[in-house]
Design a protein around this ligand. Sequence first.
Ligand code: ATP
Length: 347
Amino acid sequence: MAKSYYKICVLPGDGIGPEVTAEAIKVLRATGLEFEFLIREVGGSSYLKNGDSFPKEAREACEMADAVLFGAVGHDYAPYDIPRRVLDYLRREKDTYVNLRPMKLYPKIECPLKLPEGRGIDVVVVRENTEGESVKQSGVVGDRVGSDMRIITRFGSQRLIRFAFEYARSHRRRKVTCVDMSQLLSGDKLFREVFDEVAEWYPDIEKDYRAVDVAAMHLVSNIESFDIIVTSNLYGDVLSGILCGLIGGVGMAPSACIGDRFAYFEPVHGTAWDIAGKGIANPIAEILSAKLMLEWLREEEAAENIEQAVTMILEEGKVRTPDIGGTSTTSEVGDAIARKVEELSKR
Ligand code: ATP
């Protein structure tokens, strides 16, 4: 049941993280719901300042919050895995095994595909987030051979695929497509087997299959054939990369990392240091991630108001950042969406 007051831990992180999370906070405040934001430093900037990329206060705030809103972490001046310590906690320790990436083409966003009149893009990628290629044992052998471990388990596949079918049901979606390389790889063979078992429990949802290379081709040549894609870690990353290219770039792509009792919400993009501090980062991916957070908190009406507001602002076409063909600043976009959300929530 939805609550009337939420504690949200905000981890802005590095690069454009602080700029885009600030706009998402603005928009959340405009929903009329009551929030307390616990804003904590993490990542490379925190490491350089405090000698710790994931301070105790940040962990405590995550533990006491109803949900976590995340920006991005990574810093040229801090060794690669140090800023990422926070991700070990958010993904592995909190076991957020689903990476949900709804990929939608919004009005007046240029798409490199020639879509039939009146057709859009609305594909949801449900990607495994804790196993596959992201297991820790990966390693490189000598200087001539590189090898990486990839693990796919029955347990991990079953809970992920089940999530995909449950999501299909609760969001009135028609089909789940299993993407794998089961003709070649044994982990994928298991994934496909589990897919078939789970699909049996959902006779109301159509099941479909695609080899990953064919899926990549069809995302460009036959995108209407997809509704929800369920897949392993790396394939999900690559396929959502293609989708980002079709919906206006990473600045338009939100995500949710969901476990059984914990979830955090972050844009698909990373730190984007090349544009950090310039005030031109597109905050929509982060704002839509905040919308996913409200859905997860079962605040469907407020979530829908954010969705409507983003759609209306893009439809009006006056306020947009340079990555999607405009000249507005990050905060002008955040302000416009927040104003629209406020109007919608007063209706
Ligand atoms: P990381 O190493 O943290 O993943 P990155 O810069 O390598 O960061 P992204 O952050 O995903 O990767 O950025 C890829 C490209 O997309 C960059 O050129 C960046 O400027 C652009 N970009 C990313 N996010 C946004 C955004 N919100 N608005 C506009 N451009 C963006």
